[in-house]
Design a protein around this ligand. Structure first.
Ligand SMILES: C[S@@+](CC[C@H](N)C(=O)[O-])C[C@H]1O[C@@H](n2cnc3c(N)ncnc32)[C@H](O)[C@@H]1O
Length: 362
């Protein structure tokens, strides 16, 4: 099995921890400097901040932890990421169940027209924010002669026991990807909406397009943080959550903007959007129950950051978070027949000779 990953300015395959060196080399490359310039112009250059935080942590402790803890839940400890959900066993279990929920609901793991190239073998696939890697492991077992690379800010993917056509790297995608231009045939990113500020979206999309081969595909899957047919309590809670995330720069209702963000990228074509609605709660039978479990899990994962904010927003220090969630998922969603919309966006990187095409349209 060939390894399709090549770092910028490298002639050797990328293995082990060398991606860190690759990231530094990449940042000296043309796109790296553009990325850095855009970020520093906006006063939020992650690479610069990252270096500062390493120095700060190293002076306070010899071995800075990659994790931090809030209310017994474990989180990433990267100052350059606003991602608000934990990365502990409870969240990993939720992400795994969520994968099966949406694979069942969609009937397929992806929507881009890549089946032929994956089957033919030799294709290179990147999963950005792969989490516990349920998607990638299934894909790698189905398309055994293609190669799969997963990256995540937290090391929640399997590190030892994995198929031979899979590799994982722990990295923050906001620092830029340490891969050569035109490396992957298919770049996939699912449920990273909570990991990106509105400013970071277009920059990240450019980076995903950069590492995609001409003629290759990019697919993004997202769910907005609101239900279709919301009852009054769900509406209040979801709006409060959206407001909190907005204060962090994160747009929890990003789906309507994604097609425009993709269309703004000069060398992305054939952009498509597919969406489905998944019933939420007992009224939706088995899939509704699975969706309900996912919302309960998501509420639990959000609790350490949201509960203090809710108490202040709702002006109620005795607020009973669990009772509110229970009322929503056991009663309100059935009464209003609420559902969750999930959307897949995909597009093809144009085949062009112009190396300057990886830009945002004016
Ligand atoms: C909601 S989970 C989705 C996981 C997986 N894509 C799935 O669909 O099951 C989001 C994932 O993105 C990862 N993540 C968040 N911010 C990231 C960043 N800046 N760089 C890389 N991964 C990130 C999180 O650690 C988490 O595993």
């Amino acid at each position: 099995m060939g390894n399709c990953i090549r770092r910028q300015g490298d002639n050797e395959d990328c293995e082990g921890d060398s991606h860190i060196k690759g990231a530094k080399e990449r940042s000296r490359g043309s796109f790296g400097s553009v990325l850095r310039t855009i970020w520093s112009k906006r006063g939020c250059c992650p690479q610069q901040r990252s270096q500062q935080s390493v120095i700060k942590s190293a002076s306070s402790t010899q071995f800075p932890s990659i994790f931090r803890y809030i209310d017994g839940r474990r989180y990433h400890n990267d100052e350059n990421s606003k991602y608000p959900l934990p990365n502990d066993d409870e969240e990993i279990n939720r992400l795994q169940s969520q994968h099966y929920l949406f694979r069942h609901a969609w009937g397929k793991n992806y929507s881009s027209p890549v089946e032929e190239i994956l089957k033919a073998g030799g294709a290179c696939v990147l999963d950005v924010g792969c989490g516990p890697a349920t998607w990638i492991l299934e894909m790698a077992s189905e398309y055994t002669s293609s190669s799969f690379t997963g990256i995540d800010i937290s090391p929640v993917f399997p590190s030892n026991i994995k198929p031979r056509n899979v590799q994982f790297y722990q990295m923050n995608v906001l620092d830029g990807l340490p891969f050569e231009d035109n490396t992957f045939d298919f770049v996939y990113q699912r449920f990273m909406g909570l990991a990106l500020t509105e400013e970071q979206w277009p920059i990240l999309l450019l980076e995903l397009v950069r590492v995609t081969k001409p003629g290759g595909w990019i697919e993004l899957m997202e769910c907005d943080l609101q239900f279709d047919n919301e009852g009054p309590i769900s509406s209040r809670v979801n709006k409060a959550t959206q407001m909190y995330l907005k204060s962090q720069g994160i747009n929890a209702l990003i789906c309507p903007h994604v097609p425009h963000l993709m269309a703004d990228i000069q060398n992305l074509a054939d952009i498509e959007k597919n969406q489905i609605s998944t019933p939420l709660g007992q009224w939706g039978d088995l899939i509704g129950e699975l969706a309900k479990d996912d919302i309960i899990g998501l509420s639990r994962s959000f609790k350490p950051v949201l509960f203090p904010v809710f108490k202040e927003m709702f002006g109620d220090i005795n607020l009973d978070y669990e009772s509110i969630v229970k009322e929503i998922v056991d009663n309100e969603v059935n009464q209003y027949m609420s559902s969750i919309k999930s959307v897949r966006f995909y597009g093809k990187k144009k085949i062009t000779d112009n190396i300057n095409d990886n830009t945002i349209n004016d």
